[in-house]
Design a protein around this ligand. Structure first.
Ligand code: SF4
Ligand code: SF4
Length: 344
């Protein structure tokens, strides 16, 4: 069947921030935007790929020897970061990095590494395989009102797979939530919406040029699709607003966003201040993160944004990721098997 397979980055059980109740969030690989702050950079490309989980690396060189395209580059004196407490001893004065230009994703390096320091992100799964995982938590959904959330990447970038997953979930009596940027043709989106209970809609910037600058695409389609979604009485829509320093947190943009949401008759907004760990994944992926790593978004500024949005009659819920100390103990990079996935 054409839509029976898809590429899944991760399946996260007991997700508390991806829609109502306790949910299972399935992250689909591939995105149609290229947000500078993306919390899931491993989800952007549309194919399985290898990442270097460098906290586990001992620089033995076995991976470089196994690589048929000479894609392993050695970096001397790698930079250190405030969230690397406990890692520095292992890292030493040099580290290998994967040159993505040369890598053909053959995964021979993964087999050559005895230390779980190379991780494949993205796995082909069937609809049945995903739903089997999701239905394990049906008792929790019943207790809490939770269900299945599709996130990414951008879940609608695999439209047939997303549709098939939601159809299968509905057949099992599981409610469905779509975490989307909305950057998709309406004809594809509305087919998925026919099997969607909740939409978590990301609004990144109201200014068209700024939206292009920070995400790579204009926001016209996104805003137009949202206007259409809110007209559907079978779907409940929540807005998710990532708060990024110097990107979209000006008073002008927050007011424009509040006024736009109010004009649609929507009530609930989830405010997501930049996560202090968001940049960690970038080092695994091997690309630069343009924001400070390990620094929390200032609580006072987030509170100001919340107050402005509330002045438009909105019910603003804050997803707080402020962590003051002991960062390494809370690092999502402690476990190599699953790359960190959260946020928008
Ligand atoms: S990634 Fe694995 S195989 Fe490669 S140098 Fe590090 S420990 Fe050795
Ligand atoms: S996946 Fe293949 S090409 Fe890429 S770094 Fe590993 S061995 Fe080299």
């Amino acid at each position: 069947m054409k839509n029976d397979f898809g590429i899944v980055t991760n399946i996260q059980q007991f997700a508390a921030n991806d829609g109502p109740g306790i949910r299972t969030t399935v992250f689909l690989k591939g995105c149609l935007l290229n947000c500078k702050w993306c919390h899931n950079p491993e989800g952007v490309r549309h194919f399985p790929e290898v990442f270097h989980f460098w906290p586990n690396c001992i620089n033995c060189g076995n991976c470089a020897a196994a690589c048929p395209t000479d894609a392993m580059t050695e970096i001397k004196n790698p930079p250190t970061y405030p969230d690397q407490k406990g890692w520095k001893g292992k890292l030493g004065s040099k580290i290998i990095q994967i040159n993505k230009e040369k890598c053909i994703n053959c995964f021979q390096c993964v087999d050559a590494c005895d230390f779980d320091a190379l991780v494949v992100s993205g796995k082909f799964m069937t609809v049945d395989e995903v739903i089997t995982e999701v239905e394990k938590d049906i008792p929790f959904y019943k207790e809490s009102g939770g269900g299945l959330t599709l996130s990414g990447g951008e879940p609608t970038a695999q439209p047939e797979f997303a549709l098939a997953l939601f159809k299968a979930a509905k057949e099992k009596g599981i409610n469905t939530a779509l975490d989307t940027s909305g950057f998709q043709s309406w004809s594809l989106l509305e087919k998925i919406l026919d099997y969607t209970d909740y939409v978590l809609y990301d609004l990144k910037h109201l200014d068209r040029n700024q939206h292009i600058a920070f995400t790579g695409v204009p926001n016209d389609l996104i805003l137009e699709n949202l206007k259409k979604i809110v007209l559907r009485e079978d779907v409940t829509t929540y807005i998710r607003l990532p708060l990024l320093p110097g990107v979209n947190d000006s008073e002008e943009n927050i007011r424009a966003t509040g006024a736009f949401i109010q004009s649609l008759g929507l009530k609930t907004v989830y405010l997501l201040p930049a996560h202090p760990f968001a940049g960690q994944s970038y080092r695994l992926v091997g690309i630069d993160y343009p924001f400070p790593i390990g620094e929390s978004y200032p609580e006072e500024k987030a509170t100001v944004a919340k107050t402005i949005l509330e002045s438009y009659g909105l019910d603003v819920k804050m997803w707080i990721a402020w962590v003051e100390d002991n960062i390494s103990d809370k690092s999502p990079l402690k476990e190599p098997a699953v790359l960190p996935t959260t946020g928008t």
